[in-house]
Design a binder for this molecule. Structure first.
Ligand code: URA
Length: 430
């Protein structure tokens, strides 16, 4: 394979052979293909796209660039859920133990947050002692013991994606559906679960801003997973408002624990049940309705929470110490007028949470687990002038509370009429 010929062919819109794509990725990982040629390739894909066969070849080459896990010794069906990320997106912490409580084995390699979306690993690490950096062998042992483990993806999984993503990030080549599909899917396929359910978020607080792009990504992910022999489905869900009441690491863990203990939290409980039911129904060949009933029962009888608590214990976490975390400094944001909450801009809330220390703007930033934004109203709520709309939490960056409260006050729109309720699930692709 001569890389220059391959780049010429991509520029001219020709379909590349699977063997050439495999050789390109293998050469890139070994350092034989330089960054400038790989950047040209990524830009070629952004401009010319990829056929389904090319996308599959790229995904497979990236999957095979590192270790691929096997769960053959597992007696339960294996399943995982992936989210493209959103503001206050704590669903994984609920869905994974809930699906385990329904009889699945849920190996879940997860990520850290960068920019406006928080990372599941960072959230879990707000539980004192929780180890979100397990070795792959320890990860497999925790799944074997309690049916679920959540830990950061290790460098052995898809090294090609790590190298290529860093290059895409600085060459304006992230926004390409075939490259995104290959990146997400190669990691999930290497993780090895037989059922993969995708949450593709859509809206201003999401990676995919338009419904058209979100549906295209969801469809490509599902067909790629099926082509690789896995069971798969995707739900395209709205991400215009923050998810639930709480945004921030310890705040989101506390809200997840509430849901796992059976408390109904608007939007969060409904979506958690939908996703876990989709995993259970695909993995166990049951109807969605039967799976929903099973999931509701496992939340109500405490078994979903018990799975979560066991996973936390096995990964070194201390839930009693989590309950005893010190209180953060709090600042309230109040309604400037009477009316109905017509909008809560997820991106604005995320920006405030970031300034308060809940997230990272660069990889070396240190997160404040206590920082974040607690909403006191949901869209559609009637409010009176002076009612509390949000409470801002901060510890290490308490000096940012003034600035962040000004930002959060702009996230709310108050209207004289109650806005129409919008559907949460925009599409289901099975
Ligand atoms: N998330 C990923 O893992 N990869 C992408 O390319 C985009 C989002």
């Amino acid at each position: 394979m001569i890389v220059k010929h391959l780049l010429d062919a991509k520029r001219e819109g020709q379909e590349l052979a699977a063997d050439d794509i495999r050789a390109l990725i293998a050469g890139y990982v070994k350092g034989e293909v330089p960054d400038y040629q790989m950047a040209a390739f990524a830009m070629g894909v952004c401009c010319r796209g990829m056929t389904t066969a090319e996308t599959f070849a790229l995904t497979d080459a990236m999957r095979l660039s590192g270790r691929c896990l096997s769960w053959e010794s597992c007696t339960q069906p294996t399943a995982d859920k992936h989210s493209t990320g959103g503001v206050g997106d704590k669903l994984s912490m609920i869905i994974q133990p809930l699906a385990a409580a329904c009889g699945l084995a849920v190996p879940s390699l997860t990520g850290r947050g960068l920019g406006h979306t928080g990372g599941t690993a960072d959230k879990l690490e707000s539980i004192p002692g929780y180890n979100a950096s397990l070795s792959l062998d320890d990860f497999q042992q925790v799944v074997a013991k309690c049916g679920v483990s959540m830990t950061v993806q290790t460098p052995e999984i898809c090294p090609a994606d790590k190298k290529l993503y860093a290059l895409r990030d600085v060459t304006g080549t992230v926004a390409s559906i075939p490259l995104i599909v290959a990146s997400i899917l190669s990691k999930k396929l290497a993780e090895g679960a037989q059922t993969i359910v995708f949450d593709v978020k859509c809206g201003r607080g999401a990676f995919m801003r338009t419904r058209e792009d979100a549906v295209a990504l969801a469809t490509a992910l599902v067909s790629g997973a099926k082509a690789a022999g896995r069971k798969s489905a995707a739900l395209v869900t709205r991400m215009d408002y923050p998810l639930g009441w709480k945004v921030g690491n310890a705040l989101e863990i506390a809200e997840s624990i509430d849901v796992l203990k059976g408390r109904e939290v608007p939007v969060v409980t409904e979506l958690s049940v939908e996703f876990a039911a989709q995993m259970v129904s695909l993995a166990m060949n049951t109807t969605l309705d039967a799976a929903r009933t099973e999931c509701r029962a496992r939340l109500a009888d405490g078994s979903a929470y018990a799975r979560f608590a066991e996973m936390v214990r096995l990964q070194g976490g201390d839930l009693a110490a989590f309950s005893a975390l010190p209180a953060a400094k709090v600042r309230e944001v109040k309604a400037p007028s009477d009316g109905f909450i017509a909008d809560i801009d997820a991106l604005v809330v995320a920006d405030a949470a970031l300034r308060l220390g809940a997230g990272r703007t660069c990889l070396t930033d240190v997160i404040d687990p206590l920082a974040g934004v607690e909403l006191c109203v949901q869209p559609g709520a009637a409010v009176k002038c002076g009612d509390v709309l949000a409470r801002l939490h901060a510890d290490t960056r308490a000096d940012c509370l003034d600035e962040a409260s000004k930002i959060v006050s702009t996230a709310f729109s108050i209207a004289s009429n109650c806005p129409e309720k919008q559907p949460l699930i925009l599409e289901r692709i099975v």
